[in-house]
Design a protein. Structure first.
Lengths: 147, 147
């Protein structure tokens, strides 16, 4: 098993601003993909779409202002069964996110791609909280061709 | 052992443009850090500096237009002994980079930080080759406070 790891520091006095961006449909749609549907309550399913494809995530842990965990229940086969873990903590004028996309079976080329994409989406989340404007799909940062 | 993985596609007909950006002092200084010194020939040492700190890399593999491998011989203790591996291949109008920072002993918080920073520097390299302008330190994308 191999994991994608990332971290960003978001300049805000309020961990709840970051938590809201991870646990409301409007928040998620403002940094990851405009085409976000579903409910972000515990045990609910959130559907993230990008053109035809995308991911269904089950919300498996919620600790307000501290931790969010999703389990991937549908999507590309490499993603199904993996977990997306968001840990938040306050540090001075920043909220630090430790991010983990855990449980890839193999370090395939698609994992390289997803790792770089996650970094750009974390920067989109940072921008959303700091400036009010993220860069969700379809206006996301392209790292290769149209992706 | 755990690895940082990334991938970007750079729009260029010439793998050698990417290879040059990885194997010349001026190329490296234009996307990673302005304060790059040393020689990028096989078995030579390249010194990358950011303020006081930085990394010394020994060039351990060079396969023109295809592969570059550095071994970290000095720097933060978590980095020493790790390898940075760049694999290039042509794919349509793009040169695809598969990047690996291999051999971290533990998935420490600093590894999360470095993973996200590497993504921003890969985007800087992409921008350098595609537009002539990268974002090397000290004008790099900050992901947390001044870093």
């Amino acid at each position: 098993m191999v994991d994608i790891l990332h971290s960003v520091g978001i300049k805000t006095s309020s961990p709840s601003d970051v938590y809201k961006a991870l646990t409301t449909r409007d928040g998620l749609a403002a940094w990851w993909t405009n085409d976000t549907q579903g409910d972000s309550k515990l045990d609910a399913i959130i559907q993230f779409r990008f053109n035809a494809g995308g991911f269904d995530m089950k919300v498996v842990e919620l600790d307000p202002d501290k931790r969010v965990v999703w389990q991937v229940i549908a999507g590309p086969e490499e993603w199904v069964g993996t977990k997306i873990i968001w840990d938040l903590r306050k540090e001075g004028d920043y909220v630090v996110i430790l991010f983990k996309h855990q449980g890839w079976r193999e370090p395939v080329e698609f994992m390289h791609h997803c790792s770089t994409k996650w970094a750009t989406f974390l920067m989109s989340l940072k921008s959303l909280v700091e400036t009010g404007k993220g860069a969700p799909w379809p206006n996301d940062v392209k790292i290769h061709d149209r992706h």
